[in-house]
Design a protein around this ligand. Structure first.
Ligand code: PBG
Length: 333
């Protein structure tokens, strides 16, 4: 028997047409959720120093931005309010004020751009004088009292018309408690995307500046967010949140945790999202700004990686830019 020729795997990489034919995945604007920052005022924008190209916008300009995003093919927008120190307290009451910045923005967007899905953040940190996602008593982040507050917050958001609630707090039992409260209040269609495998990460730094939480935070979030070494514990969190009624799950941060994304998708076969967080965005922007990498190519490659890892979609500050490139015919082949 003659020996078969050594495989020439480069044959299929020779031209853009061949590369396109054998491509295993695709990226479209449907896969993107755009996180946006809100601020008070009208016609107001503020730059976020640690996230070049990202703005906080007043509600009116957020409505315009949502309309543009929808026009570009983006299906969902996720709201994060910048909260003034004056609205922060130890019990975080502003979190469930029906007239808080986030709830006003939900109503305004749903009135003007009804077809874009509006996602929220369910966590107390923007409203907490201590900067934590849960209520602090005697230096401890108390779980069950925090869950009660999160339920109030979630109900106010559902009442305002949110399509997707995003509990990002990592307290135990919050998904079940929120789901029960939604059912009891008749909000049977409100979906929950649980931040299920959320790690205690240094990559959230720029976000905490963007929402005005950096100054407030005392200590770290390691008693509720996951240890970056732990994959199995992340999977247990996902199993638990699904059993409690989450419709979709999220892994966060994104790029340093692609292994978790793949394992979640393979094991649970549920809609799985990654959050490409502020620090990941800032790194790509900063390197590009210094001329050290091609920012556009690095951005698209990072988004392709989420698809390859098995994510159904990705929350990314790059969403409008990536959607515009895709619309202009980008295929990267
Ligand atoms: C707060 C929250 C955080 C992010 C989203 N929701 C920060 C944190 O947990 O400290 C981070 C998003 C980002 O870094 O882009 N519950």
């Amino acid at each position: 028997m003659p020996k078969p020729p050594a495989p020439r795997l480069r044959r299929l990489r020779r031209t853009p047409a061949l590369r396109s034919l054998v491509r295993e995945d695709r990226l479209s604007a449907d896969d993107l959720i755009w996180p946006v920052f809100l601020c008070d005022g009208e016609g107001a924008t503020q730059e976020v120093a640690s996230m070049p190209g990202v703005l906080r916008r007043s509600v009116d300009l957020t409505v315009e931005a949502a309309a543009d995003a929808h026009e570009a093919g983006i299906r969902a927008i996720c709201l994060f309010p910048y909260t003034d120190a004056a609205h922060k307290s130890d019990l975080c009451e502003e979190a469930w004020n029906p007239e808080n910045l986030s709830n006003r923005a939900i109503r305004a967007i749903k009135a003007e751009v009804p077809d874009i899905a509006v996602m929220t953040d369910v966590a107390l940190d923007p409203y907490n004088a201590q900067g934590h996602d849960g209520i602090v008593r005697d230096g401890q982040i108390v779980n069950d009292e925090s869950v009660e507050a999160l339920v109030r917050m979630a109900l106010a958001q559902a009442e305002a018309g949110a399509d997707i609630l995003g509990p990002s707090d990592m307290m135990d039992g919050r998904i079940g408690a929120i789901r029960d409260a939604l059912e009891a209040a008749g909000h049977i269609h409100t979906t929950i995307m649980s931040y299920a495998a959320k790690y205690a990460s240094a990559f959230y730094g720029p976000f905490r500046d963007a929402v005005g939480a950096s100054g407030a935070l005392k200590g770290d979030k390691k008693t509720y967010q996951l240890d970056p070494f732990n994959a199995e514990e992340g999977l247990r969190c996902v199993a638990r949140d699904l059993a409690e009624g989450a419709d979709m799950v999220m892994v966060k941060p994104g790029m340093p945790y692609l292994d978790i994304c793949t394992r979640v998708k393979e094991r649970f076969c549920v809609p799985t999202f990654a959050y490409q967080v502020s620090g990941e965005y800032a790194m790509i922007r900063a390197a590009a700004g210094n001329g050290w990498i091609d920012g556009e190519k690095a951005m698209m490659e990072s988004l392709m990686a989420f698809r390859r890892a098995g994510c159904d979609g990705v929350l990314t500050y790059f969403a409008p830019e990536a959607a515009a490139l895709i619309r202009a015919g980008w295929d990267g082949a």
